[in-house]
Write a protein that binds this ligand. Structure first.
Ligand code: F3S
Ligand code: F3S
Length: 105
């Protein structure tokens, strides 16, 4: 799977959403999350993110390694909806993300 990391927090550019062929990038309150089971590893989202927040799971920088877990845990209650557009914005975040101070302006 691919993983969205800290640079997305409070930015939410959403260019990635337009690229995903399987609609597996879900919107939380302060960042977006890639569904680990729905992502087909096409990689289309990674180059379009203006803040380089998206990484293949093996390439997530060490300082953001907990985002691999966060992209999984975000879906603990949601399960596998099979499409982000029908779900819409989810007014929640992983606890680690919710606890962060305000990020980029
Ligand atoms: Fe976030 Fe980048 Fe997508 S900022 S919403 S991961 S384009
Ligand atoms: Fe979609 Fe990116 Fe995965 S475009 S299929 S989330 S690699």
């Amino acid at each position: 799977t691919y993983v969205i990391a800290q640079p997305c927090v409070d930015v939410l550019d959403k260019a990635c959403i337009e690229e995903c062929p399987v609609d597996c990038i879900y919107e939380g309150d302060r960042m977006l999350y890639i569904h680990p089971d729905e992502c087909v590893d096409c990689g289309a989202c990674e180059p379009v993110c203006p803040v380089e927040a998206i990484y293949y799971e093996d390439d997530v920088p060490d300082q953001w390694s907990d985002y691999t877990r966060a992209n999984v845990d975000f879906f603990n209650d949601l399960g596998s909806p099979g499409g982000a557009s029908k779900v819409g914005k989810i007014n929640a975040d992983d606890k680690m993300v919710a606890a962060l101070p305000p990020q980029a302006s």
